[in-house]
Write a protein that binds this ligand. Structure first.
Ligand code: KIV
Length: 273
């Protein structure tokens, strides 16, 4: 089996991520929303597991990430943490749980940390949320920023197309990235922006920059597990590499199961008491 499994079983920390960036070791990050997937993904050697608010789409079938609630994110976060030994677990703060004011944001952050036992949180936005980011970090909670395409703002953009292609938006993104680093974020996700811009941000910052649809010049990569495993046939953006075709594998297994039941083949004599 081709693969990369580190023999370093120490827990991944914010400090170790910065060391990885410094020595040029790329950081691997993948989503998980449940215990079973988290156990597999952690065992395969991933550095960071993101309990993404993409659970809203992938787990619940919503069109956007907006409907998922704080309680639902806490449920997913708890389930993932129980399955993980080595990876850092980062939980997304859901839409509406931190945009109001610093104290609301802090209260949501504390609930997630207390109830899930996750290692860190991720929040979408730059200058607009910097006060809240600082307040949460000052409570001792590690925060990862998220810039570029921010799915919680989809109703403002109206489209999931590449962000920061024009100079004004690119300049704002660079400024926001610096603000997040200065506020004490331990890392930043850059989603769906031109590769040159992402490379520039990663080279200007000392904290790790993880990309999704942001090219290879950043410090690490993140994908949604169900997308890279080929479970969602309808979603094939250019940045997605599919490492398996689980849609076909599962469809085949389930249809053989159905057929074995119908044909009185399952269970057989050895599969009963
Ligand atoms: O929610 C999520 O899955 C994310 C990744 C796409 C970075 O934020």
């Amino acid at each position: 089996m081709a693969g990369y499994i580190s023999d370093d079983t120490r827990k991944v920390t914010t400090h170790r991520l910065v060391e990885m960036k410094q020595r040029g070791e790329k950081i691997s990050m993948l989503t998980s929303y449940d215990y079973t997937m988290a156990q597999i993904v952690d065992g395969a050697g991933i550095d960071i597991i993101l309990v993404g608010d993409s659970a809203s789409n992938v787990m619940a079938g919503n069109v956007t990430t907006l409907p998922i609630t704080l309680d639902q994110m806490i449920y997913h976060g708890k389930s993932v943490v129980r399955g993980v030994k080595r990876a850092m677990v980062v939980v997304d703060m859901p839409f509406g749980s931190y945009q109001g004011n610093e104290y609301e944001g802090l209260a949501s952050a504390i609930r997630i940390m207390k109830e899930t036992h996750a290692d860190a949180l991720k929040m979408e936005g730059g200058e607009e949320i910097i006060g809240t980011v600082k307040r949460i970090i000052s409570a001792g909670i590690p925060v990862m920023g998220h810039l570029g395409l921010m799915p919680q703002s989809i109703n403002k953009y109206g489209t999931y197309t590449v962000r920061a292609k024009d100079e004004t938006e690119a300049q704002k993104l660079i400024q926001d990235a610096h603000l997040l680093e200065e506020a004490g974020c331990f890392g930043i996700v850059l989603e769906k922006i031109p590769a040159d811009l992402a490379t520039r941000v990663a080279s200007e910052l000392t904290i790790p920059v993880i990309g999704i649809g942001a090219g290879g010049g950043v410090d690490g990569q993140v994908l949604v597990a169900q997308d890279m495993l080929g479970m969602n046939n309808g979603f094939r953006p250019r940045f997605l590499r599919r490492y398996a075709d689980l849609h076909t594998v599962i469809t085949d297994a389930v249809s053989r199961y159905v057929s074995d039941i119908k044909n009185l083949d399952f269970p057989n004599d050895k599969e009963q008491y």
